[in-house]
Design a protein around this ligand. Structure first.
Ligand SMILES: [Zn+2]
Length: 462
């Protein structure tokens, strides 16, 4: 197998480059990224513009099983909270076998969409009655098997969940599968680390996801983060914050502070942190979060689906804030749709165009794509930060012969890819760690996975 590819045009961190030759080693790390090359004729050629693979910084895999099934009105005030009741009912029925089938299908769909890494924020830990499985890692092993089979890179984030609301409010009965003590969670992470070490081909990274400020009291949050960093000083910490207005109000009632302000004041928030949503911020929070080095995890299709609100994007990006995209509830699996909706939300809000372009990068698609790759790499704590020596050979080849892209210079082709999509995405191939996983829109496991997914969903909905 040849560990090389030549692209007439490739998107490097500094922008588009021409005649780029890539080489990578046995482990799937890039060893050469050379513009203006003249390769020999036996080097394979990319069928169109070459993009770095996109990290997906936020996914709850099991939610793929009921994607699209909550789009009916039960009360006039349907909201995130009424959706959550349906989601809990589904979570209560999940089994390790069903989770593996759903996650395998989901990860194939992610790869086909151009996502090459997934940060899996996983909270269904226990059996249906709330008792732990004999092996506490049972559910997460199902996710790891799915990642290994499909070839997607994984950052696994077991979720710490302890309370049903701010101020130590007791958890509800329908949250029983999620709950863990702090020490039990740290033991679980230690055990997962051993499992990952024993399976290097899995290509996984471990971190911790304290679910939210309403689900983890301050002392437990502090202890869990300190315990994680004692095990691994660079491990990522992901947390849902400020997604909902009601959450903001409850946080103020509890602490006198808004959630992002509280987090920045009370926790050692830095580059290792990824703050999921951060939808409701005032200016000081936006600027404080940008300065902290944390990554904002923006999930535009889920935030739209759940009616969350708009992220303070222009101010945050102009302040140099790190950000990336996540598919979260997995109602939609499309890199282009997440990026497009992020920009369109701002256009609708501000009644302007190309809001997220900048002076240095006037092409809005180029700025968004590159910043989302960099932020996604930071949040996943993996070497997936783009087409650079030492990073993984994770990349996407666009279909340069498609009606949408043919004849366009790469900068415009990326704009057309993101803003003018019709039908299937213009993707010719997707590679992770130097291996091709998607060829002409297809994954080797597609047929088997589809059948297992349909059977699992039927059983869960029965
Ligand atoms: Zn989430």
């Amino acid at each position: 197998m040849m560990h090389t590819l030549f692209a007439a045009e490739a998107l490097l961190p500094e922008g588009w480059a021409r005649h780029v030759l890539l080489n990578w080693d046995e482990t799937g790390r890039l060893t050469r990224v050379e513009p203006d090359s003249l390769p020999s004729s036996d080097v394979p050629r990319a069928a169109g513009p070459l993009l770095p693979g996109m990290p997906n910084l936020h996914s709850h895999a099991f939610q793929r099983g009921f994607a699209g099934l909550t789009e009916f009105r039960s009360t006039r005030a349907d909201s995130f909270w009424s959706w959550r009741e349906l989601m809990y009912r589904f979570a209560l029925r999940m089994t390790p076998e069903a989770l593996e089938a759903i996650a395998t299908q989901l990860y194939i769909e992610m790869l086909a969409a151009g996502y090459t890494t997934v940060c899996e924020f996983h909270y269904v830990h226990h059996q249906e009655d709330g008792q732990p499985y004999a092996d506490a890692t049972e559910m997460m092993q199902a996710l790891m098997r799915a990642a290994k089979a499909t070839g997607i890179g994984m950052t696994l984030l077991p979720v710490l969940y302890q309370t049903g609301g701010f101020g130590g409010k007791p958890a509800q009965a329908d949250q029983r599968r999620f709950l863990s003590g702090t020490d039990a969670m740290l033991r679980l992470i230690d055990r997962l680390a051993q499992q990952c070490k024993a399976a290097p081909e899995l290509n996984a990274r471990l971190g911790l996801a304290p679910h939210s400020l309403r689900a983890v009291p301050p002392e437990a949050l502090r202890d869990a983060v300190a315990g994680l960093h004692a095990l691994d000083a660079t491990a990522p910490v992901h947390i849902h914050v400020a997604e909902q207005q009601r959450e903001v109000e409850d946080c103020i009632a509890w602490s006198g502070q808004r959630p992002i302000a509280w987090l920045l004041d009370h926790m050692p928030v830095d580059q290792r942190w990824c703050v999921i949503h951060a939808t409701h911020m005032v200016e000081a929070e936006t600027l404080g979060l940008a300065r902290s080095g944390a990554t904002a995890g923006i999930c535009p299709t889920t935030e739209g689906n759940l009616g969350d609100g708009f992220f303070d994007a222009e101010r945050y990006l102009d302040a140099g804030g790190s950000w990336g995209i996540g598919s979260d509830s997995n109602a939609s699996l499309s890199v282009t749709e997440e990026l497009r909706l992020f920009e369109y939300g701002q256009r609708l809000l501000l009644q302007r165009r190309n809001v997220l372009a900048s002076h240095a990068r006037p092409q809005v698609s180029e700025r968004m794509y590159l910043e989302a790759v960099a932020g996604g790499a930071r949040a996943s704590a993996r070497a997936v930060g783009g087409l650079v020596v030492g990073q993984q050979a994770d990349f996407v080849v666009l279909d340069g012969a498609s009606a949408g892209l043919a004849g366009l210079p790469a900068a415009q082709a990326l704009g057309a890819h993101i803003f003018s999509q019709r039908g299937a995405p213009d993707i010719a191939g997707v590679w992770t760690a130097g291996k091709q996983r998607i060829d002409a829109g297809r994954h080797d496991l597609a047929e088997r996975s589809r059948n297992a997914f349909i059977a699992a969903r039927r059983q869960l909905l029965a």
